[in-house]
Design a protein around this ligand. Structure first.
Ligand SMILES: C[S@@+](CC[C@H](N)C(=O)[O-])C[C@H]1O[C@@H](n2cnc3c(N)ncnc32)[C@H](O)[C@@H]1O
Length: 230
């Protein structure tokens, strides 16, 4: 019975179902002709989503720095946009996602670009991922923390830190900006919980294992690099 299930499990299932359903639409947000629905959807896309997505993309690559020879774990990789760019810039990547529709798209996108040899997309939840002998210079989690419920955030953050040799780059949607209001209404209709952050809430994640935290302001979102102490 759904009522008796752990709320964290229910949220994970809702997130998975949601991204199975909207994988193609999400991928289209990176294209000129985005599938945005009606007039309000189009306006919200042009005013809020598109600039935030463009800025967090630019921020993530600036914070990642030079990529040749870097191996990156892209957690919640979606249709593979970041992993593929990492490969184009000379690095290599593993993309993880719980949505099979997203992983299929990521593989198709890699195939189209002819760069399947330096990236791999894995259908797996972060909590089940075992790196084996691989080490990752960095872990990125873009548009991912939005769906992690507060009781899980510290644990998920610790897992990302454990998997990265040097940097963890995460985007956090801001709590008190106009975009938040629209997103809350959007996700209320989808019956999916989404979470927003203040700067002190982001800083609460920072423990003694981190030597430097860099915030890149993207309007409605922060892209944050946590650099581990060596
Ligand atoms: C908003 S999308 C972002 C995709 C991509 N990072 C981007 O920015 O283009 C978030 C993705 O995280 C995935 N995801 C959510 N929770 C996950 C988990 N626990 N493990 C792996 N992937 C997860 C979802 O399936 C979804 O594809």
């Amino acid at each position: 019975m759904l009522q008796n299930q752990d709320p964290n499990r229910l949220q994970e299932k809702s997130v998975k179902d949601y991204f199975e359903e909207i994988a193609m639409t999400f991928d289209s947000y990176y294209k000129q002709e985005a599938e945005t629905g009606g007039l309000i959807g189009k306006l919200a896309h042009l005013v809020f989503r598109k600039p935030a997505m463009a800025c967090r993309y630019q921020a993530a690559f600036q914070l990642l720095g030079k990529l040749p020879d870097k191996h990156v774990l892209d957690v919640g990789c979606g249709s593979g946009i970041y992993s593929l760019e990492i490969v184009k810039r000379g690095g290599s990547a593993i993309g993880l996602d719980i949505s099979s529709a997203m992983i299929d798209l990521a593989n198709q996108n890699a195939q189209k670009l002819g760069i399947k040899d330096r990236c791999r997309f894995v259908l797996q939840d972060l909590k089940d991922f075992e790196p084996g002998a691989q080490t990752f210079h960095a872990c990125i989690a873009i548009g991912f923390f939005d769906y992690i419920a507060p009781p899980q955030q510290a644990e998920v953050f610790a897992r990302l830190l454990q998997l990265a040799k040097q940097d963890v780059i995460i985007t956090f949607p801001k709590k008190w900006v106009p975009a938040t209001f629209f997103r809350k209404i959007f996700f209320l209709k989808k019956k999916l919980d989404v979470y927003f952050f203040t700067k002190p809430e982001v800083m609460k994640l920072v423990g003694p294992g981190i030597q430097e935290t860099t915030f890149y302001d993207c309007g409605s979102v922060w892209t944050v690099r946590f650099r581990k102490s060596l």
